[in-house]
Design a binder for this molecule. Structure first.
Ligand SMILES: [Zn+2]
Length: 301
């Protein structure tokens, strides 16, 4: 079981709890199109599989449940829970025309989309979960983007995403919402999944600026903005913003029990992500405007 482990509930308690209460709520209040985004695709896949498990469990979705559905999902052999990538899909007819070469497919094809649609036309006793992502030849999970999940494929599935058959959920795993075509984003419920990867969690440049920032008063917003601009004038803007996120993630991982702080920081992570996108746009937004907007969001919202 390469992608699954039980720590997902410990790492993302709020997110898992959100889905658990949605799934066990009588109104089944979770959407049938979910978009998970952030830097850690493996963690997203674990969360997606956990959602699939809760949707299919014959008991009450307890983490250690040993019903057949739960077991199948842990072993990744469940007949109705599928991780779809451009690579692990059996083509109906092998020598097809488009976008294929001897070295392998570049993307999830329209043919795959049609196969999904005809598969869904047959009713199922299970809750079907389709997890869309990518992987390399070594099996490492990668995010979907507009190349491996192109617009023609999305369009072929758009109606299905909009009105899927009963008991069907689609989950998209991606790095950034802008990597997915907007017609899907607008139909999906989006969730930012912070990365707890250890490799790049440094925040030494920003530490003195951001330390305990949630305790600052609103009057500190201008001096915060000024210091942030100073840091960005001396360092790469994306690096500074990434370090702000690293700091926030480190606080998150120590404060799973503090719901108010946890929710604030989850929101703030998105604000910083927006700022990062704005500075990497071409043409980039004025850096001062980006810092000003970000500072106000962090302290006044
Ligand atoms: Zn179960």
């Amino acid at each position: 079981m390469p992608y699954y482990n039980n720590s997902v509930e410990e790492k993302y308690p709020q997110i898992i709890e959100y889905f658990r209460s949605g799934i066990y709520d009588e109104r089944k209040s979770i959407g049938h199109c979910l978009l998970l985004w952030g830097g850690d695709i493996t963690a997203q896949c674990e969360i997606a599989l956990e959602i699939a498990r809760m949707l299919n469990c014959k008991n009450n979705g307890e983490m250690d449940c040993d019903c057949q559905n739960c077991r199948w999902i842990r072993e990744q052999t469940h007949p109705a829970v599928k991780i779809y990538t451009r690579l692990d899909f059996k083509e109906a007819s092998s020598s097809s025309d488009d976008e294929e070469s001897s070295t392998g497919k570049k993307n999830i094809t329209v043919e795959q989309a049609r196969a999904i649609i005809s598969e869904l036309a047959v009713s199922s006793d299970y809750h079907r979960v389709y997890i869309f992502c990518d992987r390399d030849e070594d099996g490492n999970l990668l995010p979907i983007n507009k190349i491996n999940f192109p617009e023609v494929t999305s369009n072929a599935l758009l109606k299905t995403f909009e009105e899927p058959p009963k008991n069907t959920t689609f989950i998209f795993l991606t790095k950034d919402k802008t990597d997915v075509i907007s017609t899907i984003v607008s139909r999906a419920q989006s969730f930012f999944i912070p990365s707890f990867c250890k490799e790049d969690n440094n925040f030494d440049i920003v530490e003195s600026l951001i330390s305990n920032y949630w305790t600052f008063s609103k009057n500190d917003v201008l001096s915060f903005e000024e210091k942030l601009l100073d840091l960005i004038s001396e360092n790469d803007a994306v690096l500074v913003l990434t370090q702000l996120q690293n700091y926030m993630v480190s606080i998150l991982s120590q404060n799973f029990d503090n719901k108010v702080l946890f929710n604030k920081i989850m929101q703030d992570l998105k604000y910083v992500e927006d700022a990062k996108r704005q500075v990497s746009l071409t043409p980039a937004m004025n850096i001062q405007t980006v810092c000003e907007n970000l500072s106000f969001k962090l302290f006044l919202s």
